[in-house]
Write a protein that binds this ligand. Structure first.
Ligand code: GLN
Length: 230
């Protein structure tokens, strides 16, 4: 898809229902992550081939040797570091609670007793929900992609969802979804590009060098500004 010259070709796992990081527009993959990995491939002279999949399938596909790289708004966590090596961080994120626009009953985790919390499989949101389920007494309802999860709360089938705040801010601003974020941000984390642990030192070095080059040249800021209003 990108890159130049006679470099290696790498299979890149992406979650294409995750704007502004990755989505499809006019039949093309686009978004912050897509532009970043294309630009890194270009400046490091390797080729990439995109493999779209549900987020929950990405780390298993890396483990199974079906992918070489993953860029998917993926948060760097200690648990994942047991399985993958991450690039230098490239974006700050974290979880927020999201409810229907007309819901005035829920403003914090304390209000979730007996409620249904929608999460997306394999995410930090799903993990956070499991870790806090016993303390706050809610039910978890699991989805495979973010749009289905958003729909579930906007149509009233679930009371609340957990999502990364840059993603939900973009979804609320850019779509007709009647949702709003409530309360304080619950967590803070950073996105990284992942490769299978211990087997891809050379590729990871290229990714980090490429990312640094984009920061130094100003291209990194240009990519972010293209998708996110300041
Ligand atoms: N940042 C979250 C995670 O790493 C969600 C990623 C996503 O849904 N694409 O789990």
């Amino acid at each position: 898809e990108s890159g130049g010259g006679d470099g290696e070709s790498y299979r890149v796992g992406i979650d294409t229902t995750y704007p502004p990081f990755e989505f499809e527009k006019d039949g093309e993959y686009t978004g912050i992550d897509i532009d970043l990995i294309n630009a890194i491939a270009e400046n490091q002279g390797f080729e990439i081939e995109f493999n779209p999949m549900d987020f929950g399938g990405i780390i298993p596909a890396l483990q199974a040797g079906q992918l070489d790289v993953a860029i998917a708004g993926m948060s760097i966590t200690d648990e994942r570091k047991e399985i993958v090596d991450f690039s230098d961080p490239y974006f700050d994120a974290g979880l927020s609670l999201v409810v229907a626009e007309d819901n005035n009953d829920i403003t914090s985790l304390e209000d979730l007793e007996g409620k249904t919390v929608a999460v997306k499989s394999g995410t930090t949101g799903a993990q956070f929900a499991r870790d806090n389920e016993a303390e706050y007494g809610y039910e978890i309802s699991q989805f495979e992609d973010s749009p289905s999860m958003f729909q579930e709360v906007s149509n009233g089938n679930a009371d609340v969802l957990l999502e990364d705040y840059p993603v939900i801010a973009y979804a609320i601003a850019e779509s007709e979804l009647a949702l709003k974020t409530v309360g304080d941000r619950l967590t803070g984390d950073q996105y990284g590009i992942a490769v299978l642990k211990g087997e891809n030192a050379e590729l990871l070095e290229k990714i980090n060098a490429g990312l640094q080059e984009l920061r130094d040249s100003g291209e990194y800021d240009e990519i972010l500004n293209k998708y996110i209003a300041e």
